[in-house]
Design a protein around this ligand. Structure first.
Ligand SMILES: [Zn+2]
Length: 216
């Protein structure tokens, strides 16, 4: 960020303005389908009604804390549905691994404190198993999916298959989502509005939730 002005002007009033530039995929951000699926939607093409919707939380934090390479599987969704019923249509599905609490400790959050290409082989954090991605797109009608790790595929993924499977169906992913520990299993209403970058493969995401005052 470059400061354009942060000072009192000759006319007497204070004036602040900056210029900034950023990666599309930094911090809390949205992956648009085109990120891993040629010809699919760019970030500006995602309809708002897909990004403003009720949310459910799938909590896998116990397994994910015990295994940094944990992949959220079909079994996890099946167990959730036995308890809470089928994931409703047009839902935003949020995966709670518990890793959000490690941010911004690189070693704990990513599994390595190396940077860039050097770090890639050493990334260890949980993600969505490709089989579960396949099951979700075939059997459920979700609007979007998100989680509290840097990637919808786990850290050791080489082919990023969950990205490919979801994005082929124009289902976007939210990554590095914070504060998932504060959401109820059901009943939250999420607004996930990315910066509208024309032709963008993703963008910085301001994601917030309304939470019912009486939690179930
Ligand atoms: Zn991304």
């Amino acid at each position: 960020m470059d400061t354009v002005s942060a000072a009192r002007t000759p006319a007497g009033f204070y004036y602040a303005a900056n210029n900034f530039r950023a990666a599309e995929h930094g911090g809390t951000h949205l992956d648009a389908p085109i990120h891993f699926a040629e010809g699919r939607k760019t970030v500006d093409q995602l309809p708002l009604e897909q990004l403003i919707a009720p949310a459910v939380i799938i909590d896998v934090s116990e397994k994910a804390q015990a295994d940094r390479d944990y992949q959220i599987g079909v079994d996890d969704f099946a167990a959730w549905e036995i308890r809470y019923g089928p994931i409703p249509d047009k839902t935003i599905v949020l995966l709670r691994t518990g890793y959000g609490k490690f941010w911004p400790d690189r070693l704990k959050y990513l599994g390595t404190d190396k940077h860039g290409a050097e770090a890639v082989a050493e990334l260890h954090f949980p993600g969505l198993h490709p089989e579960a991605a396949r099951w979700l797109v075939a059997n459920r009608n979700l609007n979007a999916i998100g989680l509290d790790t840097p990637s919808i595929d786990y850290g050791q993924s080489k082919l990023f298959e969950s990205h490919q499977i979801l994005f082929d169906k124009n289902i976007p992913a939210f990554e590095n989502v914070a504060n998932l520990d504060q959401l109820p299993t059901k009943g939250a209403f999420v607004f996930a509005l990315p910066m509208k970058i024309k032709g963008g493969s993703g963008g910085p995401l301001r994601i917030v939730a309304l939470i019912p005052s009486v939690n179930q």
